[in-house]
Design a protein around this ligand. Structure first.
Ligand SMILES: C[S@@+](CC[C@H](N)C(=O)[O-])C[C@H]1O[C@@H](n2cnc3c(N)ncnc32)[C@H](O)[C@@H]1O
Length: 279
């Protein structure tokens, strides 16, 4: 594994976000207390990392196994989603007990930063989680099910179980993300979540579910909308995220053509998240 990295001023964050939109291997971290961001792209091959270096400068290094532990020493700030969820970067049992005790009423989810998207810090994840929290409230005391397309760290499926889902199924085509997600399921003791390594284009919807979530980029969504519409129950909820603002109109129109209607569309920075249902 090789990592390309570069430090940049915070003011260029939007530009980098645009540049790396759709780049699943990119990680952008704001350095604590500084007006600086660190950009990283994780690559299987040195040649891939060097290609990015040629274009943008920075540096390339090999990531040895022992570097992973060091990476974990800079934990991201916790993320609160309403009064229902608190996402934290630690997986240390004693710290988690303390966090739970000082946050009564909140479900605490442990997602240490690893090679999978979905710590809750990105606008696309945070908004999708907020919509999930509202949905869970409306289904309190009932048995509900969810599907998470492009699960990454597993964060949405884990949150679904914590919020009361009776079952959750998710998929991702990135084996590395799924390995991180499997660890997250154990860390969070979410035994009702089942994750599979699968390309969403190969996914065949089976039994209908109450909630389908997909934080997965507009071009994929546009093609997968008919399957999403097939998978969701008549009174269920669909949440799509990961849509660039500039692509939102076309993307959501494709969803409507597939039989969905969007009732809430939230824009945060360059990103759009939409909540919908069957027409
Ligand atoms: C933006 S991340 C979302 C992660 C997490 N669900 C969240 O909300 O934070 C998108 C995820 O979709 C996965 N993905 C992209 N295209 C896919 C495809 N065709 N099939 C399955 N997974 C895909 C990526 O590997 C990545 O983990």
């Amino acid at each position: 594994m090789f990592v390309w990295s570069k430090l940049s001023s915070l003011k260029w964050m939007d530009v980098w976000e645009e540049m790396f939109a759709g780049e699943q291997r990119a990680v952008m971290t704001r350095l604590p207390g500084k007006k600086t961001i660190r950009l990283e792209v994780y690559c299987e091959k040195k040649s891939e990392a060097q290609k990015i270096f040629k274009e943008f400068g920075g540096s390339v290094r090999e990531l040895k196994a022992q570097n992973w532990a060091a990476m974990g020493s800079e934990l991201p700030e916790p993320v609160k989603i309403g009064k229902a969820l608190l996402l934290v970067g630690t997986d240390k049992a004693a710290e988690l007990v303390e966090i739970k005790q000082s946050n009564p009423g909140r479900e605490v989810i442990s997602i240490p930063p690893e090679l999978a998207f979905g710590t809750g810090h990105h606008a696309t994840t945070a908004t999708a989680l907020r919509m999930l929290v509202d949905f869970a409230k409306s289904r309190a005391g009932t048995e509900w099910s969810m599907i998470d397309l492009g699960t990454g760290s597993g964060v949405l499926a884990i949150a679904a179980e914590k919020l009361g889902a009776g079952s959750a199924w998710g998929c991702d085509f990135d084996a590395m993300a799924l390995r991180a997600a499997a660890k997250n399921l154990k860390r969070n003791k979410t035994k009702k979540v089942v994750l599979e390594e699968m390309d969403v284009f190969k996914w065949k919807p089976g039994k209908k579910v109450d909630c389908v979530m997909a934080n997965i980029f507009h071009d994929i969504l546009e093609k997968v909308f008919p399957k999403i519409a097939k998978a969701v129950r008549k009174d269920g909820m669909v949440v799509v995220s990961g849509i660039l603002k500039s692509q939102a109109a076309g993307c959501l129109a494709a969803g409507e053509e597939a039989g969905l209607v969007f009732e809430e569309v939230v824009t945060k920075g360059k990103w759009v998240t939409a909540r919908g249902r069957l027409k």
